[in-house]
Design a protein around this ligand. Sequence first.
Ligand SMILES: NC(=O)c1ccc[n+]([C@@H]2O[C@H](COP(=O)([O-])OP(=O)(O)OC[C@H]3O[C@@H](n4cnc5c(N)ncnc54)[C@H](OP(=O)(O)O)[C@@H]3O)[C@@H](O)[C@H]2O)c1
Length: 343
Amino acid sequence: MSYGPVDLTYTAAEQRYAKVPYRRSGNSGLDLPAFSFGLWQKFGTDYPFATQREIILHAFDLGITHFDNADRYGPPHRAAQKNFGRVLAKDLAPYRDELILSTKAGNPIGPSPYLKGGSRKSLLTSLEHSLRDLGTDYVDIFYHHSPDLGTPLEETVGALAGAVQQGKALYIGISNYLPDRAHEAAELLREAGVPLLIHQARYSIYDRRPEQNGLLDTARRDGFGAIVYSPLAQGLLTDKYLERIPEGARAADSTFLSPDAIDETYRRRTAELNKIAAARGQSLAQLALQWVLRRPEVTSALIGASSTAQLDHNLAALEFPEFTDDELALIDEHGIHGTGLNL
Ligand SMILES: NC(=O)c1ccc[n+]([C@@H]2O[C@H](COP(=O)([O-])OP(=O)(O)OC[C@H]3O[C@@H](n4cnc5c(N)ncnc54)[C@H](OP(=O)(O)O)[C@@H]3O)[C@@H](O)[C@H]2O)c1
């Protein structure tokens, strides 16, 4: 694809590969940065484009080469990938070969039956639109966003594999699949000659399901990676909500994080976790990120940020010593599944 005339006002930092370690995704040949960046929140028309561009370019300068999108991300739907596409065209086009761009399809983006689910029609139509939004000929990873139990898995998998065979995606991912269905999808993809690269699931100190329901074990056995989203539980695993809900924070602004999540139980547990972090000389955000990355099955922690300062702060998470067994046991006491998330 031609990107047209490129305004070369941005030059990537020379030392961009010095900070973030890379980790292999399952049995594939692909390494991903330990931190990947997602554009779910504050990358639509609701936040200044100049700030969005600054965050994306700062992330790349820090060594985050993987940017995660979905047809749904906005508001409105598809706006986040259009905004990323603007930055790609203007600033990152010379670096396209260094980027791992992902998108997802399947979560509802409109009333039409072809704007949701796991049918061939929905998935491949969405992918066409996403390529146009992003302004690229291919995505590096194409995901089915959530399982669709009403569509034969063979059809969904066939469409995903077809995207790779047509050169529109390099790798395939699935997201939010329970372990059994993830295993089935991995088998079908292997038979189709397009091995499953990665599974995207929510995992944090406050959402322990991937370790409890066997998803991480399945990933190891089937040889796919795990990229874990909302490792900070959308900001709940920071110290920002201990006293009050700050203006502009996600719990104040977003329909995806209710202020009701911040109740007394949440505050008590979070204050205890905050003390454990302080005793290690780090912040709670840094402890929470280091904690998800302690699992070898986890290829990458998929984070969001509303400022470059948050990125700088969070990426320092791997500069601290590994957890001792005693520290992990202490975290388990307060890191209880469901805390503050109304699950
Ligand atoms: N596959 C799926 O179904 C699915 C679902 C959800 C997300 N995802 C992916 O995962 C990505 C990350 O999700 P997420 O944004 O929920 O991840 P997260 O890292 O748990 O939360 C990020 C948010 O926490 C706040 N924050 C970050 N660092 C902070 C710090 N040091 N101090 C205080 N607050 C801080 C910021 O929100 P504020 O400053 O705005 O409060 C930031 O946007 C998404 O963008 C998307 O790509 C996938």
